[in-house]
Design a protein around this ligand. Structure first.
Ligand code: BJW
Length: 228
């Protein structure tokens, strides 16, 4: 990485797969077990909040039992040692990057261990269930929902992500299918800005052809090799 100073890393569910966290679109993934429209849209939540809270309560519990894997650990080492700008933009709602020791992490699709009150716009660290609609600690409304970004909602901190891309020399995409926008478009944004692009994924993704280089394999092996 001789000529590289500033790095943006996009991570997806594949990075947490080896920690035992289900991906979405792989065989046996979450979207084979649940209808997206029912559990990951504002309309689904309005129709059946109990179903949606149960779905996220189960995932919140599972994440707290999981541990970071060698891919998270390698990215955390890179974050701690890299003198230039570095931003890990994760689509993942787990906290495994942080638990591995990474600090420069941005959760563009929100966080499972956070609850959002749409009544007063407050956010609260949340480790237990939301099924009983507990009171919002700020406004006391029984309106808390998972602090995650559903289809049709605006992903978080897009301006900050685009500023980091404009400043980057290298964009690396790890463990994501490239099926969901706007994250799937970052590689094209990066290329238009003249940024070098690299994909590390188990298989070729929908957007593999956009990258300057693409390597296939498990994140737990590829990421430590790339960071070394
Ligand atoms: C491994 C591995 C191992 C496995 N090692 N690799 C065209 C342009 C722009 C937007 C759109 C568009 N068409 C439609 C849209 C809208 C929509 C969209 O993209 N739809 C697509 C289906 C086409 N996007 C949105 O709605 C977004 N908002 C938006 O666009 O706002 C703008 C706007 C708003 C309002 C009005 C007008 C405009 C929001 C998207 C929110 C996504 N939310 C979810 C759920 C979050 C909460 C939760 O976790 O439940 O985010 S969906 C789900 O997909 C989750 C993920 O973050 C996201 C991406 O999935 P990811 O991480 O890529 O996982 P997989 O399973 O797909 O892939 C895993 C990969 O890993 C695979 O490739 C494996 O091979 C690999 N792998 N094991 C390495 N060991």
């Amino acid at each position: 990485m001789a000529d590289i100073t500033n790095i943006v890393i996009l991570t997806g569910a594949g990075v947490s797969a080896e920690s035992g966290i289900d991906t979405f679109r792989d065989a046996g993934g979450l979207w084979e077990q649940h209808r997206v429209e029912d559990v990951a849209t504002p309309e689904g939540f309005a129709r059946d909040p109990q179903l949606v809270q149960r779905f996220y309560d189960a995932r919140r519990a599972a994440v707290q039992k999981a541990a970071p894997n060698p891919a998270h650990e390698a990215l955390a080492r890179l974050d701690q040692q890299w003198g230039g700008d570095l931003l890990i933009v994760t689509q993942n709602v787990d906290d495994l990057h942080e638990r591995a020791g990474a600090r420069r992490v941005l959760h563009m699709h929100g966080e499972l261990l956070s609850a959002l009150c749409p009544m007063c716009d407050s956010r609260h660290r949340w480790t237990g269930p939301l099924i009983g609609r507990p009171e919002c600690p700020t406004c006391e409304a029984r309106s808390l929902r998972p602090d995650v970004v559903w289809f049709g909602e605006m992903p978080y901190q897009l301006e900050r992500i685009h500023a980091a891309l404009r400043n980057a020399d290298l964009f690396v995409s790890i463990g994501t299918s490239g099926a969901v926008y706007p994250a799937a478009g970052f590689v094209r944004d990066a290329r238009e800005l003249g940024v070098h692009t690299l994909e590390l994924n188990l298989e070729r993704s929908e957007g593999s052809h956009w990258f300057h280089a693409a390597r296939q394999g498990a994140a737990g092996q590829l990421v430590p090799e790339w960071v070394a």
